[in-house]
Design a protein around this ligand. Sequence first.
Ligand code: ADP
Ligand code: MG
Length: 693
Amino acid sequence: MTADAPVRRLSGVGPKVAERLAGLGIHAVGDVLLHRPSRYEDRTRITPLAELLPQTPALVVVRVEHAEVRMGRRRSLMVSASDGSAWLGLRFFHFGSGQQARLAPGAWLRVFGEPRMAGYQLEMVHPEIEVVADAAAGHAITPQLLAIYPTASGVTQARLRDMADQTLALMARDDFWPEILPRDLSGPALAMTARQAVERIHRPPVDADLAALIEGNDPACRRLAFEELLGHQLGLRARRRQIRADKAPAMRDAGRGLAPLFEGLGFSPTGAQRRVIGEILADMSAAAPMLRLVQGDVGSGKTVVAAAALLTAVDNAWQGAFMAPTELLAEQHHAALTGWLAPLDVPVWLLTGKKKHDEAAREAIEAGRPGVIVGTHALFQASVVFGALGLAVIDEQHRFGVDQRLALRNKAAKKGRAATTAHQLIMTATPIPRTLAMSAYADLDTSVIDELPPGRTPIKTVAIPNTRRDEVIARIGQAVADGRQVYWVCTLIEASEKLEAQAAEAAAEALADALLGVRVSLVHGRMKAAEKAKAMNAFKAGDIDVLVATTVIEVGVDVPNASLMIIENAERLGLAQLHQLRGRVGRGSVASHCVLLYKAPLSDTARSRLSALRGTNDGFAIARADLDLRGPGEVLGTRQTGAATFRIADLVRDADLAEAALAVADDVLAYHPREADALITRWTSAAENYAQV
Ligand code: ADP
Ligand code: MG
């Protein structure tokens, strides 16, 4: 058996279990080796009962002295056991007659569990038990730190342990899971071999530092993390090469040009927008697929840039897809693009995966009619067939993962023409530091929109404690009286969407009560898409003065007349998110204000965050401040799926290893192509290959 054989080949793994294992990222037999334990149980010694501590799991050897079924609130089997030094209770709520028989008085048991105080006595509920012949047999253990694995429903710890046993036994053979890294490679984490590292994370020596193993700082974790980062990096580079080798539609027809689009905008594109559009059109005119990331601060006008690319695709008789992270945004983009492109006779369809009217759009899309399709991830659905997808624009990339990008890419095709790959344009408002960009997007070229449209008055930001809430509310009344519109953003970090919705509802009511005659409305994540759109449209049309919202408005929402934003609990949000939120105002020419309402006392970092926001409106400066405050990597956020798919590595913790992997990647590709392939297979391809099945 080889490491890339399907995991079903292990004994005890049937199709059902294999399916659940896939959810854990275990597809091939070799993946079992890379399934890192989340913790370890100390089974290095037998603890005398007299030394047991509450809440500290331990291995003990005891004799059953007494056992009875108690009827109480819940029927339970209560066993009193002793090792001569003290007593211990063992309680079972689920038990059969077999279990009862084994736990009869006189039986010797080896027990592992977590004792808790129950009355005056320590008790273990449903501990792991093993019947042994006598005390001596009970004490004869092989000391070990037992690996406990992250698991999924339907996959027991025992199953995972058994799979690890089988796979480690296979690894003892030389040809199964061999060393790959070239010997001449040097790096900060190469003190041990990968095989030694794997052995160590699954079967740590009894003197290992468990905290280091759990947190990933153990040399074994670092050894594997380095190899993983390298494999990932090589995979991205290989993928880039592979995509570049595909054929893409060369969009060389200048068509009507972009002049008609620009004339209808009502403003003239900035120099930065024109430059980036130029870079994009140059890419699109080539027969190799464009893979370009556009970074531009909130409000820098990325949508127009996308519109220019989409129009070019349509003028070359192809379809362009524009994908947004939320339905709300998809609808907004649909409205904006319709406003700009419909007058040029470019059809703009909206596909959200829900509405009935999708039918007509789908037909046109499938027939390959040139036009623009705006949608959410519903565009990825297998049932959406593009007749002639030539360009895919993905907005606010940090919400999507590499796999989703690829899914869209695979949809590119045109009936009656040779198979092609669509050009890809990815847009993000989150500036990404270099190492991170290289680790997550090594397959992309980058353009930066480094200029804001003229006439924007910078947003004035103030931080006010929530004890002065009444003042802030009075200020809202004033702003509304002056004909301006206001966002009130309710934030609850790590709380449920439900709680957040409740908080928003309460805030909306309170505001409506406090501000008579002011039209207050609400948007939150628990509302139906149609309701959300209705509220947004009313706000956009000026029929609503104050929009109370949850962070659903974080990205992309565009209402130029809104010039005051209040952010509640601002101290709990990260810099990048606050900057994104704040970017919803300051879009028109009136002076805009952002009030960061906070609850005192502020922590030092919260204070630094709020003052960074007060100090600058520049997204790149904010990203740098964010880096200083949080360290590298966080900037990508947990939604950055590319980063989330690492098995061992963590871009924040292992930033030095990422750097080292970048440094050697070229050499490995150039001088060790076979090893490069093997690393890619080991660390990246399993999930992808199997995902397509
Ligand atoms: P973002 O980069 O955050 O996606 P948008 O594309 O939503 O920004 O643009 C923000 C606002 O600025 C929109 O109302 C858009 O119409 C407007 N806008 C874009 N480019 C310009 C420009 N060159 N001059 C004036 N307004 C512009
Ligand atoms: Mg946008």
